[in-house]
Design a protein around this ligand. Structure first.
Ligand code: NAD
Length: 261
């Protein structure tokens, strides 16, 4: 177990990619802090499930990551509960699909603060402890949209490109401290985030659901298949391992060949 007696904070881990990462780290022995929104009974089931299935501790923080003060609280909760934040996964994210001229300013602000700024605030709070211990892994869920754009996703594309720049900067600042900072950039992964943008894409492009899936989503992916949450989590576990100690400042595509085109 490569993360035994370590602790991992995974933002946006009540669902999708984040929950798969949290479970994969727990399987490797890490104590977990879950974060995100959802029905209390579902969150409790995910939290207690991790404890019973993997024999580690799992805590939950309801911090709203668009609010810097609550982000500080999330990191402090992890440090107070487990004594450290060894692995930090900045994963919480939302999407909004709309032409720029109709894009609601409050959606722009929400996406920039959650998909980009929250990673700055979590890192700002967690880095001092990682530096003190001389070890840390920061893994940021970016996207194929950190490398290429799609129309109608202005805030998301801007935030994900920004997240890569932030990660590279942090990687350079932390290179001699035993702390690596990397991005994982999935193509389309079948999660609630993808499912929920289908109605807006249908509206923005005047398409049926099947047309959106085949002509927009999977059109971009040469393999014509969705990435799975467990594949993303497996890469995150690898990036947290000692074998990955010389991978830092990287943006690793897992996109079925999308960005090779
Ligand atoms: P998801 O909707 O399943 O999960 C998003 C998580 O973020 C949930 O736990 C949700 O509760 C949480 N969240 C939302 N707003 C929050 C807030 N204000 N504060 C704290 N948590 C909040 O989505 P997902 O597909 O698993 O996405 C996870 C990450 O992966 C996102 O950053 C997304 O941009 C990225 N991503 C997803 C895909 C994809 O195809 N699904 C592709 C590339 C990148």
């Amino acid at each position: 177990m490569i993360l035994k007696s370590k602790s991992a904070v995974v933002t946006g881990s009540t669902s999708g990619i984040g929950l798969a990462c949290a479970r994969a780290f727990a399987k490797e022995g890490a104590n977990i802090v879950l974060n995100g929104f959802g029905k209390p009974e579902d969150i409790e089931a995910a939290r207690s499930g991790i404890e019973t299935e993997f024999g580690v501790k799992a805590a939950y923080s309801p911090a709203d990551l668009t609010k810097p003060a609550e982000i500080e609280g999330l990191i402090r909760l992890a440090e107070e509960t487990y004594g450290s934040v060894d692995v930090l996964v900045n994963n919480a994210g939302v999407q909004h699909v709309s032409p720029i001229e109709d894009f609601p300013p409050e959606k722009w602000e929400q996406i920039i603060s959650l998909n980009l700024s929250s990673a700055f605030y979590t890192m700002r709070a967690a880095i001092p402890g990682m530096k003190q211990r001389g070890w840390g892994r920061i893994i940021n869920t970016a996207s194929a949209h950190s490398m290429v754009a799609s129309p109608f996703k202005s805030a998301y594309v801007a935030a994900k490109h920004g997240l890569v720049g932030l990660s590279k900067t942090a990687a350079l600042e932390l290179a001699t401290h035993g702390i690596t900072v990397n991005c994982i950039s999935p193509g389309y992964v079948w999660t609630p985030l993808v499912e929920s943008q289908i109605p807006d894409t249908m509206k923005a492009r005047g398409m049926t659901k099947d047309e959106v899936i085949n002509e927009v989503l999977l059109k971009a992916q040469p393999t014509k298949a969705f990435v799975t949450i467990d594949q993303v989590a497996a890469l995150a576990v690898f990036l947290a391992s000692d074998a990955a100690s010389q991978i830092t400042g990287a943006n690793m595509a897992m996109d079925g060949g999308w960005t090779a085109q």
